[in-house]
Design a binder for this molecule. Structure first.
Ligand SMILES: Cc1cc2nc3c(=O)[nH]c(=O)nc-3n(C[C@H](O)[C@H](O)[C@H](O)COP(=O)(O)OP(=O)(O)OC[C@H]3O[C@@H](n4cnc5c(N)ncnc54)[C@H](O)[C@@H]3O)c2cc1C
Length: 461
């Protein structure tokens, strides 16, 4: 319980101006992009890792729960004060500290917004590939702690693949440094990778070192329109099988097409069943060649129309529309729950058709978006949280989607994380021994259990 005395200790560290306590302000930090809400007792905005260390010492002394938060764009209720206590929000700790071109790395504070960082490195010919659909709001810290993926995953991997090192503050207030600035480093356990994707449960991250690539010289976007899901799915399988690796390979079903048309007026045909949005990048000649081969694959699998973007502006428009897809669909009903089950890529078409059948069987509205090249499904379940009967059907549909993914060797989450949203399913993917080991690790980092309490490990049965 946050008493006046403890609040005063936090004020001594941050000053009153970097602490929110009014109900109106706290409400803005009571939710993320999932459906649950938990009101924190205060929100603290540190600017340095020394301040974070002092805050954690106070929290440890008085056993105050602390939940770190970036932009709050998470889809699994990971950044919420699920058991009260304070939110430690990193939006004011947002400096790019170094971009080192000769060694191709950068050091940033956790509150830097991903797309701002991407723009800065691109100005000097470098490239930071992790690109979640939320890049214009999500923070580097949030993406590290969720191990965010995104649209370029098929070619470039996920956030973890670009992490070189972290500075972290343990719940006790001790500061640790993991990783290094070298391209290779096998010294000891890989704590950087352990903390990455830990959903803010092990340490508070105050500094991030990432690896950068040279910026690809050219890119082309293709848009292929299909009369059936099978044709689109077969195209994905054909591209993957042939060993051509596009930078992105996204699939949208007809509900997404309709929502996007209503919102962005792209001229997509409303009678189409699926659209593939594909990007290739690299050297200009190889980009032209790959675009040509992929366009042929699309036509060969029955695409009724294939459009290749003719300019950077045209590509950008298509991708901005794709980024808006969640928002466009979410406008259709009061509540939108975004699923994230992921299957081996050869099961993608079956999985999409299964989701459509599950939706019909349970009389639930589900639109399907997929990072198709990764087998990462994003069924968007449209519903109304106030309608208890409908929510029961939604839950059943979600259970069935998870069952299907598990039955074909898939995973619970490809990138959105477990959080509260999926904790109940954890034993379906992880054995009791694995879960116990994870709990032991949590306990080693956080013996008092004050960091992000009520997280996935605590909610798991
Ligand atoms: C429209 C939309 C599109 C999206 N598209 C994608 C996508 O393509 N791919 C994808 O992977 N995700 C996507 N997401 C989900 C979300 O944006 C990502 O999970 C993102 O990584 C969250 O970043 P954030 O800054 O909002 O973090 P938050 O949601 O605020 O926090 C996420 C987690 O990180 C922890 N955390 C944050 N900062 C720190 C820190 N400094 N130290 C310790 N812990 C910390 C929090 O406690 C929490 O557990 C999307 C979300 C939306 C709304």
């Amino acid at each position: 319980m946050l008493t006046e005395k403890i609040l005063h200790e936090f004020e001594t560290i941050l000053g009153k101006e970097r602490i929110l306590t009014s109900k109106e302000d706290l409400l803005s930090y009571a939710y993320d992009a999932y459906v649950e809400e938990y009101l924190p007792e205060a929100v603290l905005f540190p600017k340095t890792s020394a301040e974070v260390s002092q805050i954690m010492q106070v929290a440890s002394t008085h056993r105050i729960f602390v939940t770190p938060r970036g932009a709050g764009s998470g889809l699994a209720a990971c950044s919420l004060a699920k058991q009260g206590g304070v939110i430690l929000c990193f939006t004011m700790m947002n400096r790019i500290l170094e971009i080192n071109k000769p060694n191709r790395y950068a050091i940033v504070e956790p509150g830097v917004v991903v797309s701002e960082f991407q723009k800065e490195v691109e100005k000097i010919g470098l490239f930071y590939p992790p690109d979640p659909g939320s890049a214009t709001v999500a923070t580097m810290g949030g993406t590290v702690l969720m191990n965010a993926g995104g649209m370029r995953g098929i070619k470039y991997g996920v956030t973890r693949d670009y992490l070189m090192g972290l500075q972290g503050v343990l719940p006790s207030g001790e500061v640790i440094q993991t990783g290094s600035l070298t391209a290779k480093d096998v010294t000891g356990y890989d704590l950087t990778r352990l903390i990455c994707g830990s959903e803010g449960t092990l340490a508070v991250v105050t500094r991030i070192t990432v690896r950068l690539l040279p910026k690809p010289k050219a890119r082309r976007t293709l848009q292929a329109i299909y009369n059936t899901i099978d044709q689109a799915g077969n195209t994905v399988a054909r591209i993957v099988e042939e060993g051509i690796i596009p930078a992105t390979l996204e699939l949208m079903d007809k509900m997404i097409i309709k929502a996007l048309e209503d919102y962005a007026h792209l001229g997509l045909p409303l009678d189409a069943e699926a659209v593939l949005l594909i990007e290739v990048d690299g050297d200009p000649e190889s980009v032209e060649k790959q675009a040509g081969i992929i366009a042929e694959f699309c036509r060969g699998q029955g695409a009724r129309d294939v459009r290749v973007s003719q300019s950077e502006k045209e590509s950008e428009q298509l991708w901005m529309a794709r980024r808006g897809a969640f928002g466009a669909v979410a406008r259709m009903r009061p509540t939108c729950v975004i699923e994230d089950a992921t299957v081996p890529v050869s099961f993608l078409t079956r999985a999409i058709k299964e989701v459509i059948t599950i939706a019909q069987r349970n009389q639930v509205q589900i639109a399907v978006l997929a990072h198709a090249g990764d087998g990462n499904l994003h069924p968007l379940v449209l519903c109304d949280l106030r309608d208890k009967e409908e929510m029961k059907r939604v839950e059943k549909a979600m259970d069935e989607i998870v069952d299907f993914a598990m039955s074909v060797g898939g995973v619970l989450s490809g990138e959105h994380g477990i959080g509260i949203a999926k904790a109940k399913y954890l034993p379906r993917q992880l054995s009791p021994q694995t879960l116990n080991l994870m709990r032991t690790l949590k306990n080693t980092f956080d013996p008092l259990g004050i960091l992000n309490p009520g997280s996935f490990l605590e909610c798991a049965p």
